[in-house]
Write a protein that binds this ligand. Sequence first.
Ligand code: C5P
Length: 394
Amino acid sequence: MQVVMTEAAEVFITAVTLQALSNRPVYTSQWDTREPNNMAHINLTRQRPPADAVRRLPPEGGEKARGGPSLSQEADAVLVAPASADFMAKLVQGRADDLLSLMCLARPIERCPLLIAPAMNREMWAHPATQRNAAQLRADGTTLLGPDAGDQACGEIGDGRMLEPETLAEELIAFFQPKRLAGKRVLITAGPTFEAIDPVRGITNRSSGKMGFALARAAREAGAQVTLVAGPVALPTPRGVMRTDVQSAQQMQDAVLPVAGAHDVFIATAAVADWRPAAPHEHKIKKDGSGRPPAIEMVENPDILAAVARLPKPPYCVGFAAESHDLLVHAQAKRLRKGVPLIAGNLGPATFGQDDNTLLLVDAQGHRELPTASKLQLARELVREIAERLKTFK
Ligand code: C5P
């Protein structure tokens, strides 16, 4: 990462701080004498010749002799964060009176995308001039990240907050993911369900929801419009994902079935309780002094995945199989029983709550292991596998 600061940025934070954080010298001026050719605005976004190529250049002519690039890295993108209203206006007009704006203008536009994270007062953001500038920047191929809504430095509340830095990092990563599911709608269930026994007790399981949430993020990164139906979990909603929270299997089914047909893909990662108390007690069940626990009659929950797969025109359905042994055999059987084209098997007890997982993909053609990796990595691979299969699914 190469940091470039404007004069205004240096009023807020020093270049030394960002140098320490980025572990590289920070550039603040187009007149930086460290650049042999005095062209930091060109050099910062250009392809660097490999070190030995520079050495092999003839003494006269060629890049080295012209005082060509001396910086070691080529920029894959320029991210301006925070981007003020003034800087946006500058970009729109193609003005270039400092290093950052010069660099944005001089970058190879086809190869080096520009992303900006607007940050300003809500009135400034809402002003027709800024909105006009935002639209023009989009039309020019700039990607706007945010702004967010919330508390502002001025004490007001509204649109114009810069996205949180971690979110910006996630958005930058998402920007570079191949858009394999562009234009597709993906519906995902995640987490456990909670089946009430009485107002204070219930039956649930140890599913954390991490795999489903990672899949929601990965599908959205791949360009899909994602709906996530989540049981009770303590996870933040991945950016750009539409989330509905539910408690019980019945509620999950009610949230999924009416909309499933409007989706291209359904991924059932939720660990849905197989049974629920037939009639939850209205009041907390009390000990009756007999020493005998209450008998709780159970009934079977609807199988959401099988119900979606049975729709007249079902989406491409992907089920998960959490098993404790004989994964392949159980996953194959489950695939047929549920009538779905693809099952991702995993060893339930080993993966519940963990950040890593191993998946065994089972479809009509055979099976393939996705080796142990983070759930996000596996989710991206699974998205790739699903996108491939979608090409031939009608
Ligand atoms: O039958 P089993 O619970 O092992 O099946 C697991 C797969 O089926 C998972 O994809 C899970 O989300 C889905 N499922 C469901 N509704 C149920 C039970 C499981 O959608 N009631």
